[in-house]
Design a protein around this ligand. Structure first.
Ligand code: PMP
Ligand code: GLU
Length: 395
């Protein structure tokens, strides 16, 4: 059988992850000895804090290296309940917690556990690359909400998109790729619409919760609208805040029947997340958090620097977002002559001047690019110089 025929129809409708692809390309060019600067990766350049690494080493030494409960060890579930209570004023019990191998897996397990063919999932755009494809893989239909002003879904748009087939709304704040975040009033506005449609569940992806700047106050839907708690999956993870992308631990709180269904998926697919990573995550959530403020000061400096430098380039317009570690400038002023699309622009940027960014099209927002500023200041300076030189002849 030829490989074409081997691949399922379901998978052939799925795009490869553009964010991972650009990161891979940067890695390959670096391995070839090229002086490439990768601003494509969605991961902190900081190291995992030492006390977290030590907890993993201790777990190995203590022989905590066997299968665990499928959806998380009790100690981690308790640490997650404590985190939700401490940071979000949300009450969950350990039976209402799922731990999966990464935030990505939490989302996928939830979608597989709940979507029947034809079920719709509303995804505000610009959105993280993986949401629509995960929905399709799980047999559902992604319903892409066109961008509203400031890249935030408005109650009017939400109301217009809900149908009897809507199963989920996915909300990601602060957002990948734009960095924009919903404040309390904006969430209350959406909650008012959601109250009218009791069949719609809400998946809040809060993975960038701790990465907010300029005193922005992070909050989450199940907290601002407690009556919606019953149909909200509050998802989070240790990848971004604790610089633990390689450890693969994500988690969520939700009513028990959904958590049970997700555990059923895991029991027949991945089984538990790595036992060692789970112990490291216990140390992350229960341990000191002062490093977060220090790192955020650095992230904010980098954000301000990159936003200023980009806005100084003719043809680029870059908002200053509240959180995450991405900026999402519009580049339409640079398109139309040498490059027609953000994809052509981004491809040439890495090929010609060796700066890796992700084209906006990957996030359902053409004419933009996503730049991750989770890199050292020297690299960011060099990258901005190269981008400025690259853009000069394009206007
Ligand atoms: N949600 C968003 C919005 C993300 O950017 C990421 C990063 N890949 C994830 C979820 C998943 O993170 P991870 O699987 O590393 O926990
Ligand atoms: N979330 C990150 C990004 O958007 C990591 C890569 C991925 O999992 O997509 O770049």
């Amino acid at each position: 059988m030829s490989t074409d025929k081997l691949i399922s129809q379901r998978l052939s409708k799925i795009a490869p992850s553009a964010t991972l692809a650009i990161t891979q390309k940067v890695r390959t060019l670096k391995a070839e000895g090229k002086d490439v600067i990768g601003l494509g990766a969605g991961e902190p350049d900081f190291d995992t804090p030492d006390h977290i690494k030590q907890a993993a080493i201790d777990a190995i030494a203590a022989g905590k290296t066997k299968y665990t409960n499928v959806d998380g060890i009790p100690e981690l579930k308790q640490a997650i309940c404590d985190k939700f209570a401490r940071d979000n004023d949300l009450a969950y019990t350990p039976g209402q917690i799922n731990v999966s191998p990464g935030g990505k897996a939490v989302l996928y397990n939830a979608l597989v556990a709940t979507l029947d063919p034809g079920d719709e999932v509303i995804i505000p755009t610009p959105c993280w690359v993986s949401y629509p494809d995960m929905v399709k893989l799980a047999g559902g239909v992604p319903v892409m909400a066109q961008p509203d002003p400031e890249f935030k879904l408005t109650p009017v748009t939400l109301d217009r998109l809900i149908t009897p087939k809507t199963r989920w709304l996915i909300l990601n704040s602060p957002s990948n790729p734009t960095g924009t975040a919903y404040n309390r009033d904006e969430l209350l506005g959406l909650a008012e619409v959601l109250r009218k449609y009791p069949h719609v569940w809400i998946l809040t992806d809060d993975i960038y919760e701790h990465l907010v700047y300029d005193r922005f106050e992070f909050t989450t839907l199940a907290y601002v609208a407690p009556d919606l708690w019953e149909r909200t999956l509050t998802m989070n993870g240790v990848s971004k805040a604790y610089a633990m992308t390689g450890w693969r631990i994500g988690y969520a709180g939700a009513p028990r029947p959904l958590i049970g269904a997700m555990a059923k998926v895991m029991g027949q697919t991945t089984s538990n997340p790595s036992s060692i990573s789970q112990w490291a995550a216990v140390a992350a959530l229960n341990g000191p958090h002062d490093f977060l403020a220090e790192r955020n000061t650095i992230f904010k400096e980098r954000r301000d620097f990159v936003v200023d430098r980009l806005n100084a380039i003719e043809g680029i317009s870059c908002p200053n977002p509240d959180g995450a570690f991405y900026v999402f400038p519009e580049i339409s002023g640079l398109l139309g002559r040498k490059f027609k699309t953000d994809i052509e622009f981004s491809t040439a940027l890495i090929d010609e001047v060796h700066v890796g960014v992700v084209p906006g099209t990957a996030f359902y927002a053409p004419d933009h690019i996503r730049i991750s500023y989770a890199s050292g200041m020297d690299e960011l300076k060099q990258a901005c110089d190269r981008i400025a030189d690259f853009c000069k002849p394009l206007v």
